[in-house]
Write a protein that binds this ligand. Structure first.
Ligand SMILES: Cc1cc2nc3c(=O)[nH]c(=O)nc-3n(C[C@H](O)[C@H](O)[C@H](O)COP(=O)(O)OP(=O)(O)OC[C@H]3O[C@@H](n4cnc5c(N)ncnc54)[C@H](O)[C@@H]3O)c2cc1C
Length: 299
């Protein structure tokens, strides 16, 4: 038999997690499916369960001043300002979706997850830690260079989301640790692209998704990013290929040869699989079509 804990503070949760193995439970929308043999049967958890939903410290979305080197020349060139947003791990997807401080690309991604009832319960922390290749918040978080704050009884560490997720269902989270906050450096990237391909418009799991951010100034692309979901073991983002577009005049995005060259580069890094939701061939083709749409939208 497992024991269930519902701490009121992070300190209580970390004390509990310091001894033995536990299952962390936020909204439970992934866990209840994973641990239920079939509908109507009580879920079968192997370890004691720690509910995180009563921890007040994790329920806020707060603007912050970042201490890192975002004021350096490199930081300024990439459009970063010396501020960001801190999203607590207990914030529901719904509260992220409706918060005007959250970048549009992330709000759109989250608004495309499942249906309202689920978004009222589920968290972005759960979406991240579940580490599904099809998790809808991830492409936007990769684009925004999100950082994750991981806490344990021994202290805190921070890491970029791209380092945290190591494969389908796999992360760098250590035993005794909990994801407490997602930090999004503020970025001046006003042009947004987001498209999720599913079987229907709402309440559908992702066949593939494409998210983009850009800034165009005086006819020149000063920043450009794209990330793909569900077309590889983790999110696909190539900063090397992005450099081919950054610095180009926008007219270049009307040149068929230039576009072809970019599509050919991405064709090699997108490596989807066949599964029950779609085929590798469809995912590959549709990703490149959406990439072309994103590029030509700026022209
Ligand atoms: C009907 C249905 C439709 C869905 N549709 C979509 C969809 O369209 N797009 C999509 O991306 N997902 C979808 N999902 C999956 C799921 O709802 C999301 O991944 C959701 O964001 C998970 O959040 P949660 O809070 O419920 O996570 P939980 O189920 O509570 O946890 C998920 C995993 O993360 C771990 N975890 C949770 N919180 C923390 C933390 N703070 N620190 C460390 N580890 C933690 C848990 O231990 C578990 O391993 C769907 C699920 C269902 C049942």
């Amino acid at each position: 038999m497992v024991t269930v804990y519902r701490p009121d503070t992070l300190e209580q949760a970390l004390d509990k997690l310091a001894v033995g193995e536990h299952t962390l439970f936020s909204g439970g929308t992934d866990l209840m499916v994973r641990h239920s043999a079939r509908p109507g049967i009580t879920p079968d958890f192997k370890h004691d369960v720690v509910f995180l939903d009563a921890i007040e410290e994790l329920q806020h979305i707060t603007p912050i001043e970042l201490e890192s080197d975002l004021g350096t020349e490199a930081g300024l060139q990439s459009g970063l300002c010396q501020s960001g947003l801190c999203i607590g791990a207990g914030v529901s997807l719904h509260d992220i979706e409706i918060n005007p401080l959250v970048p549009d690309v992330l709000r759109q991604s989250v608004a495309n997850i499942a249906a309202p009832a689920l978004r009222n319960r589920a968290t972005m922390a759960g979406n991240i830690c579940n580490a599904s290749p099809a998790a809808d918040s991830l492409p936007a978080l990769y684009l925004l260079d999100a950082k994750l704050v991981l806490s344990s009884i021994h202290g805190q560490r921070e890491m970029p989301i791209a380092n945290f997720i190591t494969g389908p269902g796999r992360t760098c989270l250590h035993q005794g640790e909990v994801l407490t906050h997602v930090v999004i450096p503020k970025a001046d990237l006003p042009v947004t692209f987001y498209h999720k391909v599913g079987t229907r418009a709402a309440n559908a799991l992702t066949k593939l998704s494409v998210a983009g951010l850009a800034k165009v100034e005086q006819g020149k692309v000063v920043d450009w990013r794209v990330a793909f979901g569900a077309v590889g073991p983790t999110v696909v983002r190539s900063t090397v290929l992005e450099q081919k577009i950054i610095g180009q005049p926008v007219e270049m995005l009307r040149e068929p040869l230039f576009i072809e060259n970019i599509l050919s580069g991405y064709s090699k890094v997108i490596c989807p699989i066949d599964d029950q939701r779609s085929t590798a061939q469809y995912r590959h083709r549709a990703s490149l079509n959406l990439l072309e749409r994103w590029l030509t939208q700026l022209a």
